[in-house]
Design a protein around this ligand. Sequence first.
Ligand code: FUB
Ligand code: ZN
Length: 653
Amino acid sequence: MTHTQTPPSSTPTTEPSPTGASLRGLAAPVRQPRLIPLLLDAVTFEPGGHLGEWQQLNRDATIPHCIENLESSGVLDNLRRLVGSSDQTFRGLWFADSDLHKTLEAVGWESARGLAPGVAHFVDDAVTLLASVQEDDGYLDSWVQGSPGQARWDDLRFSHEMYCAGHLIQAAVALSRGCGDRRLLVIARKLADLLVAEFGEGARDMYDGHPEVETALVELYRETGHAPYLELAQRQVELRGRGLFSGERFGAQYFQDHAPVREATEAIGHAVRQLYLAAGVTDVYLETGDESLLEAMKCLWDSAFTTKTYITGAHGSRHRDEAYGDPYELPPDRAYAETCAAIAAFQWNWRMLLATGEGQYAEEMERALYNGIAVSTSCSGRQFFYSNPLQLRTGHDGTSEDAPSERLGWYSCACCPPNLARLIASLQGYVATSNSQGVQLHLLAAGTVRANAPDGSTVTITVETEYPWDGTCRLEVSAAVSSWELAMRVPAWCSEPSAKVNGSPLRVPAGPDGYVRVECAAGEATVISLDLPMPVRAVSAHPRVDAVRGCIALARGPLVYCLEQVDQPDDDLLEDIRIDPASLPQPAPGMSPGVVTQLVGEGRVFATWPSGLYGDPRQEDAAATHKTTITAIPYFRWANRGSNAMRVWIPTI
Ligand code: FUB
Ligand code: ZN
């Protein structure tokens, strides 16, 4: 396969950046996809809006917290010891380098908005350190380099060498795109060139036990135009699933090694590995146009999103092997639901959205973002969940990192916090796209979108909304020279959307792909009001999800709600509370529609069980129930007031 194109810029809306930053959007393909990401600086969140505040918290708290923990957990010393500037022994897990790389990636995306001096110094120091540790031929992995007797590429099943390389590459791409700093790109290319030499066509038929390098190599190709990187990504995808790692304790599916990617159409094995691989395969499709890969990804997506995804957008129902379960195996209390898996699902859906233009993918991005991803982080931005259960029982033993009762500041396996940081730092890049028809809005958020209309003129869309708390949106759209189309996603949860264009009603609902389309007339500004009513909804799961049969979850707009013990009357144990689906809690009186943090209503407490663990249901004391007031809060806000029982799924009366 030969590729000679150089990457075009993705619908530039500005002159080339004075810093030399490419500002290329997230996963912006060289080969024209259905939808094209906007440049990194095309979308600006309103600082007081929900996503704007989150991004600011990430910048002010989460990223500095990650940087501090790279120092205290030994990640930086693991590299320094290789050049004699630390006498520490290796600390952390053997893929701890990836924590540094992911943090650098977060800083890279942030750099498009400018960096505080301390953070800029962190980049300088980290890049200098990585350059000094890198071997002459490009190899760079502090665990292998610092472990006598550990040969390079010797145990790719577990070593994560390519996984770490992939994260380093993604960090380099982010710094190049964000602020034009190409120092890390030089290091990344040297490492990627080594990968091409070692594993490219005619070299070793081998892949990493943890997918990740595939998507990174495709991004590196997009950033540099160097075809061998794409060819290696394609080769890694084609080789995958040969059973090279089978016969071990974990089984082939843990490593995504059980079947070639076109045949592996059930979401299975380690959830993050599965989802990163899917993102990589979709990236290879986006650049090669190999339809058989997209077909396989659609089948895989159906398996993952119609039988194995939690209502919160989380993935992975088994703690053992951090794995997917069987179809409909979605226990709320034993949910593993790793933060990284929800992030990976978000990233894969973005690529599927670019490939197809279909709203279902943006729908899943939104579900994960506001629930399964948001819940991982505390209000302080400095505490994190790794696993994100949908129920925590009274008396839960939260002493293990595997299932703590509260978020922790850091983990011995710290993959999630810096992963979160890199996603939120780049969040504006996932809001909108453009194509030859016009501009598409996928995530509603207060802020401004600048994009090119098809005639090349720049249009600005100002979005005023308190989404996700309120579904009223006002969009002011500037004039373009020729007419063009603005497509806005209408979320599937909204049953009665309505819209007006310059005061005249517009026919909604949206088309079959989930978008309502407005024709913006040539030379005229357009004002659109989009109304997405958000009544409280009772949501049931498919009856095959045995673990929550007879329960409902409360939702309002894109947010899933939960009951937390601290909000209920003292004597009403969360496990005994039931709800009447015909009488749902409502926003608490006096609550600003802009921030609906509490739903309040009537529940019933059932203390009817005679005694013991098992017994005759006919012995239940039907009279032993009483009415109570129940209070629900957004799921993503739970566990910010100490250790508490919590549940998303509530048994019905
Ligand atoms: O193996 C690297 C990361 O650590 C995985 O993606 C996570 O699931 C955790 O196991
Ligand atoms: Zn993780």
